[in-house]
Design a protein around this ligand. Sequence first.
Ligand SMILES: [Mn+2]
Length: 342
Amino acid sequence: MSYRTPAHRAAAVNEVKNALLASRRAVLTTHLNADGDGAGSQAAIASWMRSNGAEAWIVNPTTFPKNLRFLVENEDWIVNAGSRKARDLCDSADLAIVLDTGEVPRIGRVQDMIRDLTTVIIDHHQPGDQAIGGISLRDPDACATGELVYDVVHTAKGPWSQWIANGIYVAIMTDTGSFRFDNSTAECHQVASEVITLGVNPEEMHDRIYGRAPLRKYELLKHALETLEHDPKSGISWMVIPKEPYEALGIIAEDLEGIVDIPRSIEGTEVGLLFRDTSTGDVKVSFRSNGPVDVNQLARNFEGGGHMKASGAVLAGPMDRAVETVLGKARAAVAKAREEGA
Ligand SMILES: [Mn+2]
């Protein structure tokens, strides 16, 4: 059985495809701290638009992750948002494309730069209350934004390239936790199958993303594991990334990828949390749910958000108070979910 774009989003896919094909110069952006889905989707769209003769530039609110740069066909397409070139590109572009988020605060300083441009949004998050306006392809049923990008290129009948296929594969692989999470649907595997047929090497992609951690990540983990806690009564497990070793070891955001899976994977855990002290004094929190607790709602208590089973938020410090505040809301969310399930 080969893949077909789900009927409920076919019209939106078509509209977005037409907007992308009509553009001659587009600026692509994604959320703060791009992940494999945001960056992979950007890489795929950029290569596809370039092969159609358009210019596509990547302008992100934060640095494009080093470990995902191999996905971008030409690194010159990545432009620092703080640069003159980025401002000139945004001024002369005819389209902005926002990938893997649809909310204003999530694109940081890029919001001001693309304010006057016609905007396309391709995203699979639950809608929030500060939506970016424009031509939208939003579907929380999609396992990843990469699945929606596949729909767009598929509907346009290509042209396909290795670059497009790799970007889509990595988008889906990373957002499904390597095809483990409950968004690993039949459709998601079908799209993966299609892009493998187009030339993706799954072993190589997995190795490039997960098989090459810098030593500093594990040096940091030695410290973080000392903070690991589990509350059997509430089913909440949490861990803190301490500030001193984070800074001393030269840790960067992408080094933290996957670490939240440690508290989450403890037996009896319903909600796993990872806290990090930032240099600005704010505390970043990652939320993961193993069961019925909707951590998108939980994160929204703190003006964050994401998905039902994976989300994030930023709170004011200090750490002790942030941990207590979040644990309080998390315990209430677990109690509510248990009540509703009983
Ligand atoms: Mn995503």
